[in-house]
Design a protein. Structure first.
Length: 375
């Protein structure tokens, strides 16, 4: 049997690293084609994007090319395909899908279907309406099919045209419950806290990193785990998922379910002897994965460009920088440049390390010389 696996995602670096840990041969399609992804992929192609979205035709053509050339045993999708269930269907006709079907993707990416489905499962979520409130204060404008918070705004005028819904804005942090499932069985789960970007007034809720081993009350954890089990049993979910939620006085309230491996894969991957991607594949096949050993607290922060810049040839990246751009790559204001990682024996210590490392990278990016490093 082939050990080649096709990975398609907005950012595929974590999945490619995990594939290598499980002795798979990853061939990759993603948006960034950063140095770390290229290093871990046996082959790669960069997917063109327009306004943060994949082009369905170009993505399908690239996938067909990779499948024809490398004959992977299966394929896995990460973020970026939420609005493209037809592409998932087309690729799955050519290569075995190791993950949730296009129908499951549609359910989770279509608010008109997802929230009524939560009602039937008696799962709580923030107050939601399809009509624009007369007073927008305290409401968020959202669109289905997004990823990483890019279709969430304080005003409907900040979003592109299309069907919107409005949801009460809740105070506090956003968490995600990563869980592994297959054949209506729950295998594993873990809690993470997400960071959101404040770098861009147009995208204040964009994903900006995460920290694992989130500290939450036992009652909140129990309720979220119960929510996940209801979804698994009713929707026949398969593989890795991310259940995003916030905590209120009345308990946890679900924001969305990402029915695919998410951005926190790298925070847990080293705890698994063969990597989380292998566990994902085993779960999709209905096999019980070998469960992980205990590991340290880990965190990741995304570094965004504060001004338009070009990466210089002499940029010295510390070992704790990942998702590294190539020399000469250009970035506009608000675009992700790289990520920083840290680990330690407590959430507080890891957050402190992330903050100091974030400041170091931002300082060095800001010190780039005019003419040589800036556009």
């Amino acid at each position: 049997m082939s050990d080649t696996i096709l990975i398609i995602a907005q950012s595929a670096r974590m999945l490619a690293v995990s594939a290598r840990r499980g002795r798979w041969q990853p061939v990759v399609l993603d948006r960034f084609a950063d140095l770390d992804t290229k290093k871990n992929a046996c082959a790669w192609r960069k997917i063109p994007v327009h306004q943060n979205e994949f082009n369905a035709r170009e993505l399908t053509a690239l996938a067909q090319e990779m499948i024809h050339q490398y004959s992977p045993v299966g394929w896995v999708y990460g973020s970026g395909l939420e609005s493209l269930p037809k592409v998932v269907e087309e690729i799955s006709r050519l290569c075995l899908l190791l993950g949730n079907s296009a129908d499951s993707l549609r359910l989770c990416a279509t608010p008109e279907r997802f929230f009524p489905a939560l009602d039937r499962l008696q799962i709580a979520y923030p107050e939601t309406t399809w009509e624009q409130p007369g007073n927008l204060t305290g409401w968020l404008a959202k669109q289905g099919g997004g990823h990483g918070g890019v279709r969430v705004a304080l005003s409907p005028y900040a979003l592109a045209g299309g069907r919107m819904y409005f949801q009460k804005r809740l105070p506090g942090n956003v968490f995600t419950y990563s869980f592994l499932a297959g054949k209506r069985q729950f295998f594993w789960g873990a809690f993470n806290r997400l960071y959101q970007a404040a770098y861009n007034a147009q995208q204040p809720f964009a994903y900006a990193g995460a920290i694992n081993r989130a500290e939450l009350p036992a009652g909140i954890k129990k309720t979220v785990m119960d929510y996940a089990r209801r979804m698994i049993e009713t929707w026949d979910l398969r593989g890795l998922h991310g259940l995003d939620f916030m905590v209120t006085e009345a308990g946890p309230k679900v924001l969305e379910l990402n029915p695919r491996p998410g951005a926190v894969v790298g925070l847990w991957d080293e705890d698994w002897s063969d990597g989380l991607l292998t566990a994902h594949i085993q779960a999709c096949r209905g096999e019980w994965p070998v469960l992980p050993k205990a590991g340290p607290v880990r965190g990741l922060r995304v570094i965004f460009a504060r001004r338009t810049l070009i990466i210089p040839d002499n940029m010295a990246w510390p070992a704790w920088c990942v998702d590294l751009p190539a020399s000469g790559e250009k970035f506009g204001i608000g675009e992700p440049v790289c990520s920083i990682v840290a680990e330690g024996n407590s959430v507080a210590r890891v957050e402190s390390r992330l903050q100091s490392r974030k400041q170091w990278v931002e300082k060095h990016l800001a010190q780039m010389e005019l003419g040589e490093m800036l556009i």
